[in-house]
Design a protein. Structure first.
Length: 622
């Protein structure tokens, strides 16, 4: 259903090859080492709809990815860098192989008020090189409202508390034609607090795009139909989870939705036969005009209160939610005084487990610091699917300890507006006194000469003494042949020699040859173009993804094939763009068609077309 939505909110993320009309450019050729071009997608431009800006820079280093900054303090514009696409070209320059690297930096700018606003200036940083690209001006037009559309942002009644998980609903009502229509939904609330979103899991349902300061987010949406005042609306409903991170009263401007509709015209064209006249008339579609409309919701006031100080437990460390529990296990229960005990603490509950921390183990009548040696500082935890675990070591300092007492964990219940505390079960311990090591327990590693002599006087059956004497005799030089040997063969031979010198020499030569071959292979690998290798890897991966999509449900398979084609196009922006975008459009039409029409398997012909296209990308990458 959102065929054009993807063109506006997604196609602009890739390299902007559709910049058929460069409205403006800042080109510097000649003296500067970095050459730049700045361009925008064709207008008109409307308030609330993102505009794709592409900054192209050539003459950059291949060793690192350059950085781009936008030097602007204009609070009317919001922007984000959505893609950085490198391209490397090798050519022969007077008999020498030279290379040039070009980067396409793709931005999305959104204006909140009508008027002519400056985009930029931009600063490119590549090591010690700096390049400043002057700002350009774009005129953003006001978008009229329409009664064909409604937008609602529903937030539960507050007040809320820091780290509380607050469900937020977005509803978009639309009574117009969804074909060739793009949508952009934004709210200052989305940039005021943190949000958590679940990844879309059901490809048979629609996706609702939300624009934020960090980029666009696709939300899983349910669709229903409602009739109001004789108008039939499609209602798209999506959810987000808001997590407040600061205290105060916040006035939030209304949520708004802006649509951009392409009016498609038809005209007849006669194919030219090559001799100045044609035989076949065909009808082609073209964009006749572009219309934009918007709808505005209601302003919101969000109150984030602080945690009450009265009655706040010592074991409260900022947990918010409900139904928390704590479970503690020990790796040993029979120890001596001073031995370490490893405690595994497991937290469960409905709330902010991700940011949960472990309170002091001595809090609220827990482990007595006079009887246990406890850790200090923050203890890192490991987040699981529905729990968070901590591992901590403690030591018993008192022999009279008979158990590890229950450990308290407190949280703030947002429904009851009060603190609650859970405790772990105590663990029985058996503590024994520590072993004392005296001077008599220390044994020398060297034999006593006097005892050695005494052993020899006792008799020849004395074990240690006999071994010591035998060792001394073994290294004695008495009776050794100290004559000068003049035979070279005898000097070069050893009593334990078992390998022929020929074999040793042959092995040494072969080892040297192998090392030279490995060095040649490594040199060839290091000189390979990393960008070309990356393109080959992407082409192989996406070819496999397209093949894997065969046989899947139509909506799911089409979504996977479209994602693979977009990845191929991002890796090689100038290759097969028209055919790739056309095939992506066919896939999107299948993804967003009504559920009742998308239950069949994906067409094998479509998969084969995508596969052949991916194979051509792979050959081009070589």
């Amino acid at each position: 259903m959102f065929a054009l939505q993807f063109n506006i909110c997604r196609s602009s993320i890739g390299p902007v090859a559709f910049l058929l009309g460069m409205l403006f450019s800042a080109v510097v050729w000649g003296q500067d080492e970095i050459q730049t071009k700045l361009g925008a997608e064709p207008g008109p431009y409307f308030v609330g709809l993102p505009v794709t800006i592409q900054l192209t820079a050539a003459g950059l280093s291949e060793r690192s990815v350059p950085e781009v900054e936008v030097e602007s303090d204009n609070d009317v514009l919001r922007w984000t860098l959505v893609a950085t696409n490198p391209t490397s070209i090798r050519f022969n320059n007077n008999g020498r192989i030279a290379s040039q690297t070009k980067y396409d930096f793709v931005f999305r700018f959104t204006a909140s008020r009508p008027g002519q606003w400056e985009i930029g200036p931009f600063v490119i940083k590549d090591g010690s090189l700096r390049k400043r690209v002057d700002a350009v001006k774009i005129n953003f037009e006001e978008v009229p409202t329409t009664d064909e559309m409604q937008i609602h942002l529903r937030v539960p009644e507050g007040p809320f508390f820091p780290e509380q998980r607050v469900p937020v609903e977005i509803e978009w009502w639309y009574a117009g034609d969804l074909a060739n229509t793009g949508v952009s939904i934004s709210s200052p609330l989305f940039d005021t607090f943190k949000f958590e979103d679940e990844k879309p899991t059901n490809v048979r349902e629609a996706l609702l795009p939300i624009d934020t300061a960090e980029g666009s987010v696709d939300l899983q949406a349910t669709v229903r139909e409602e009739e109001v005042d004789g108008k039939r609306f499609r209602v798209f409903r999506a959810k987000r989870t808001m997590i407040p991170d600061r205290v105060g009263t916040f006035t939030i401007d209304p949520i708004q939705v802006t649509i951009r509709h392409r009016v498609i015209g038809r005209r007849q064209r006669r194919d030219d036969s090559g001799f100045g006249f044609g035989f076949i008339d065909r009808v082609e579609k073209y964009v006749k005009s572009i219309e934009a409309f918007r709808a505005v919701g209601e302003p919101k006031t969000i109150v984030i209160g602080g945690f009450p100080k009265a009655g706040q437990p010592e074991s409260f460390s900022g947990a918010v939610g409900k139904g928390f529990s704590i479970d503690v296990t020990a790796d040993r229960t029979v120890v001596r005084v001073g031995d370490p005990i490893r405690l595994n603490v497991r937290l469960r509950g409905s709330g902010n487990l991700k940011g949960a921390s472990l309170p002091p183990l001595s809090a609220d009548g827990g482990m007595d610091p006079k009887r246990f040696r406890l850790p200090s500082g923050d203890i890192p935890g490991q987040l699981g699917e529905d729990e968070k675990t901590f591992s901590v070591a403690v030591r018993v300092e008192d022999e009279s300890v008979s158990e590890i007492p229950s450990i308290a964990y407190s949280w703030f219940d947002t429904d009851a507006k009060q603190y609650r505390t859970a405790r772990s079960a105590p663990i029985a311990l058996r503590v024994m006194p520590a072993d004392m090591i005296s001077a008599e327990d220390v044994v020398s590693a060297s034999p006593d000469p006097s005892s050695e002599g005494a052993g020899e006087s006792v008799g020849s059956n004395s074990g240690p003494a006999t071994e010591t004497v035998a060792a001394q005799k073994r290294y004695s030089l008495s009776g050794a042949d100290l004559a000068i040997e003049s035979n070279p063969a005898e000097l070069l031979s050893t009593a334990t020699q078992s390998v022929s010198p020929v074999i040793v020499q042959t092995g040494a030569y072969l080892t040297g040859i192998a090392m030279v071959l490995l060095a040649l292979v490594d040199r060839r690998r290091s000189q390979a173009d990393p960008i070309a290798a990356q393109r080959r890897r992407v082409a192989s991966e996406q070819t496999a993804a397209i093949v894997a999509a065969a046989g899947k449900p139509q909506r799911q398979g089409a979504n996977e094939v479209a994602a693979a084609l977009r990845a191929l196009l991002a890796s090689q922006p100038e290759f097969e763009r028209a055919s790739t975008e056309a095939l992506i459009g066919q896939c999107e039409a299948l993804v967003y068609q009504p559920v009742s029409e998308g239950n069949d398997s994906l067409s094998p012909d479509l998969v084969e077309q995508a596969k052949q296209l991916a194979i051509r990308f792979r050959k081009e990458a070589q």
